[in-house]
Design a protein around this ligand. Structure first.
Ligand SMILES: C[S@@+](CC[C@H](N)C(=O)[O-])C[C@H]1O[C@@H](n2cnc3c(N)ncnc32)[C@H](O)[C@@H]1O
Length: 874
């Protein structure tokens, strides 16, 4: 069994505004030209709401000019962009019911839904995405709106909602699943997901990582999922909770300033005589750089973008995108892979960013040709030439940028990436030839395609008012399309259109980038570039010292912690972060490489939290000296290793957990007072090592969540000798190692338990089971489904093993599973064993009524659930 088996539900407090609703309402007028300076005022002038007009002349003009698709494909491209996006989802391949769900789709839904197909675009109701390995990802020929409104689709819609909430499937736009696939993830990789919320790709990365690992075994790798926005971090935490993984850390930093954690030689704080072990520098084998973008590739899903769109959106994000990508490359190991992606069509956010990072990396980074990977995925090569549009004016080169706009429109936005100072020729001479010069070693190859022979020199340093003189009214679709072919095959100047203009052409092999356009496979649009770090980065003086001008400020809230005793809840729950005093801004690449000593870091900390001792586990295990550690990040409680021997030993002996499952050094909380710890979380070796390093460098990482909830404090009148019960999330991990408090039930008794939730000992079908149940020590227990001739040896657990956490009271066994999870599990069993699905009895008993037990949060209904997950898709 892998991740994704937790029988729990997900809360959705954010993004309640359904994306699809925006198909219904729209200001009456769309912008005549959305990137005109007063376009906003015009668009908002009519407050009357009516159906969205899915058009924007500025959008059409922009992308026609860029030659984003060949001229003869424009109509197909634009008409599909105006249609709602078909839904898509992915089965969690590390989930317990993966095979069953895939088989249900192939053998049941594929056939039963066929009658409902009304769209003539595609013949099949649902189909596996051919480019996603193993029939794991599925495309529906229905939009989310149809799924909700069409009665005949109700059963399927219910299935999607339920399985999504449990974590057995994830609803995600098809093209958004592409970037993680190009990361080539292995279970032992350390992965950084730089802009991770709401977490669709983080979840996918974890799925891939867990997929090949057996039950009770954790991958050696980990994912650090970071996002600057604390609210979106919370959403990510809830989203990834469905994965039930011990290999995830969630952090809250500006990605462009993601901290370095590095120990200088001899800086480790191991006790005397102890060997230092673990990692000394936080570097990553894989980095996913799915940056904030203008998002026009999601127009089919979010048609409100039609109204908002303007060319300035992409221009405004370019600098931040470059900064984030450069930081990702700095944190990447030599030999490692980074995927840069956006859900935008815009070359200024895409090719221009890739070209700039290649330029800055000066040969240390290579853009990979991945045309052999995912061959079934239809994609277009990246562009080699493009233009910049600023305030209604087309600019083909930085020389065209008026002085007063040069703080906004940057040289790197243009194909040459050069300022006038850097390239005198480009700024002063009209090129009369096609020139493609350069080499393959990261030195940029700059080309200028002459497309207008008699265009005169223009120096615009003093002509900022005369914007119109820079406007180039040309047959540019043709020009751009031709220029985009230049670096692949040389075009003789005489073949170029006489009416064309001088266009810069990037010499980087940007055609290795990939652009997915909607009309190729009835999808959204996406841009992906795969980069490999070949050598350590040389950070040029001027870049290293360049102040970070564009920093998105974290939207930290100023909530007070609700209840100090509940503090540890935030380890994997809602995070409330107060305005920071210790921001990590302005930490430049070079500075980031230097280390803060633990002492220094702590002395700068905002020391409101209690001082806790952190020896990283049982003395001698972790190699950390007693380090007095104070919470550095205001509003975020420090992660504390749970080392209370008395409690750990009582857990070990109560459940008969065998030595092969290490607890010491793997249990963490967010409460330094062991007597008040309510929840204990399990962390993998890889997470433990990062945590240890983070302690040693003075908690540079602002960790908002980590680990897998494994034990929860309980209060019971039954005289249970163990203060902690098992959590449903942690059960799959622990199950192979438990030898006590475990029962094996027949299918009938297991079903009855799920159906009635509480059964008295004499009422079990199998009387022997009833007797064994009554013989258990009062308190938490596990009931495993005994399938066929399966042995009742507790170590014989495999991926198909079904088990639930229960409570043994004085007279009965009660399940500690939420009603939703119970219902879903009953349906899974019905499908697996080919038996009739049982409808759940109304269970009026509240969780608190379970005999003699309190604090059973797992089974408490959560009031604010939004069952449809579509709003968090990316
Ligand atoms: C395109 S979305 C990421 C989608 C995500 N990768 C997924 O698949 O679910 C971009 C994210 O970047 C975050 N973001 C914006 N600026 C950021 C910054 N400077 N550092 C880190 N994250 C940032 C936003 O909060 C947003 O969640």
């Amino acid at each position: 069994m892998g991740g994704g088996q937790k029988r729990g539900r997900t809360q959705r407090r954010h993004f309640k505004q359904s994306r699809e609703n925006v198909w219904k309402l729209n200001p009456k007028k769309t912008r005549p030209d959305a990137d005109e300076p007063d376009a906003d005022a015009k668009a908002n002038a009519n407050p009357k709401w009516e159906p969205f007009a899915t058009q924007n002349p500025g959008f059409d003009e922009y992308y026609k000019e860029q030659g984003i698709v060949p001229e003869d494909e424009w109509d197909d491209f634009i008409s599909l962009l105006r249609k709602p996006l078909p839904a898509a989802f992915r089965i969690n391949a590390s989930g317990q019911f993966f095979q069953d769900i895939r088989s249900q789709l192939e053998n049941d839904f594929m056939k039963s839904l066929q009658a409902e197909v009304t769209d003539d675009y595609e013949a099949e109701a649902i189909r596996p995405l051919s480019w996603y390995p193993g029939n794991i990802a599925w495309h529906l020929n229905f939009s989310r709106m149809q799924l909700r409104k069409n009665q005949a689709l109700e059963r399927f819609h219910e299935f999607l909602k339920q399985e999504n909430e449990i974590g057995n499937i994830t609803r995600q736009e098809a093209v958004s699943m592409v970037p993680p696939l190009f990361l080539d993830v292995l279970p032992d990789h350390h992965i950084l997901d730089m802009c991770a919320a709401p977490g669709s790709k983080t979840f996918q990365l974890l799925e891939i990582m867990h997929q090949s690992i057996g039950p009770g075994v954790l991958p050696n790798g980990l994912v650090i999922a970071n996002d600057v926005d604390v609210q979106r971090c919370n959403l990510l935490i809830h989203q990834t909770k469905r994965m039930s993984t011990a290999n995830l850390i969630v952090t809250n930093h500006e990605a462009q300033h993601f901290p370095s954690c590095s120990l200088k030689k001899g800086q480790g704080v191991a006790s005397e005589g102890q060997e230092e072990h673990g990692i000394h520098t936080l570097e990553f084998d894989r980095v996913l750089c799915d940056v904030p973008c203008s998002g026009d590739g999601t127009l089919r899903k979010a048609p409100d973008i039609w109204r908002k769109w303007n060319a300035g959106m992409g221009n405004g994000l370019h600098r931040l995108q470059v900064e984030i990508a450069m930081r990702g490359l700095a944190l990447l190991k030599v030999g490692g892979r980074m995927v840069y992606s956006t859900c935008s069509l815009n070359p200024v956010e895409n090719e221009a960013v890739v070209a700039e990072v290649l330029r800055r990396s000066r040969g240390s980074v290579e853009l990979l040709d991945v045309s052999n990977e995912l061959p079934e995925l239809v994609r277009r090569p990246g562009l080699n030439t493009w233009k910049v549009r600023d305030r209604g004016v087309w600019l083909t080169s930085y020389k065209d940028v008026p002085l007063y706009r040069r703080s906004v429109i940057l040289p790197s936005m243009f194909p040459s990436g050069q300022s006038c100072k850097e390239n005198h020729t480009l700024c002063n001479d009209v090129q009369k030839d096609v020139k493609i010069v350069g080499n393959n070693l990261g030195e940029e190859t700059v080309g200028v395609v002459v497309i207008e022979q008699d265009q005169t020199n223009t120096e615009h340093q003093n002509s900022s008012d005369d914007l119109s003189s820079n406007t180039i009214p040309l047959d540019t679709v043709k020009a751009a399309a031709m220029a985009n072919e230049v670096s692949k095959k040389s075009i003789p100047p005489e073949e170029l259109d006489k009416n064309s203009i001088a266009m810069e052409v990037s010499g980087f092999p940007l055609h290795y980038c990939m652009r997915i356009v909607p009309h190729d496979q009835n999808s959204g649009a996406f841009f992906i570039a795969v980069l490999q770090k070949m050598a350590p980065l040389h950070v040029p003086e001027n870049h290293a010292s360049e102040p970070a001008k564009f920093s998105q400020v974290s939207e930290n809230t100023s909530e007070n912690p609700e209840d100090e005793n509940e503090a540890e809840e935030r380890i994997s729950g809602q995070v409330s972060i107060q305005a920071e005093e210790n921001t990590d801004t302005n930490v430049l690449e070079e500075q980031l490489k230097s280390n803060l000593s633990t002492k220094n870091a702590c002395s700068t900390a905002n020391n409101k939290e209690e001082v806790v001792k952190c020896d990283g586990g049982k003395s001698g295990h972790m190699g950390i000296k007693d380090v007095e550690r104070k919470g550095k990040w205001r509003g975020v409680d420090p992660v504390v290793f749970f080392t209370d021997e008395k409690t750990i030993n009582s857990i070990l002996s109560f459940y008969g957990i065998n030595d092969a499952f290490p607890l010491y050094g793997h249990l963490v909380t967010r409460n330094s007072d062991a007597n008040h710890v309510k929840r204990i979380y399990y962390i993998s070796n890889s997470v433990q090592e990062v945590l240890q390093l983070n302690d040693q460098v003075g908690q540079r990482l602002k960790i908002t969540s980590l680990g897998l909830k494994i034990f929860e404090r309980q209060t019971s009148k039954d005289g249970s000798t163990c203060a902690f019960r098992l959590s449903s999330e942690g059960l799959p991990l622990l199950l192979p190692y438990i030898s006590k408090q475990i029962l094996f039930a027949s299918l009938a008794d297991f079903q009855h338990l799920l159906q009635y939730r509480t059964i008295k000992f004499p009422d079990f079908v199998d009387s022997k089971f009833g007797e064994e149940a009554s013989d258990l020590v009062p308190g938490c227990c596990v009931v495993v489904l005994r399938e066929g001739n399966r042995s009742t040896d507790s170590t014989a657990v495999d991926a198909s093993t079904v088990a639930i956490v229960c409570w043994k009271g004085k007279t009965n066994i009660s399940i500690m599973v939420s009603p939703l999870d119970g219902k879903e599990l009953l349906e899974r069993l019905a499908f697996r064993f080919g038996i009739k699905s049982i409808s759940l009895e109304e269970n009026k008993k509240s969780n608190m009524e379970i005999e003699g037990v309190s604090n059973l949060e797992d089974v408490e209904p959560i009031a604010t659930i939004e069952t449809d997950n579509q709003e968090i898709e990316h």
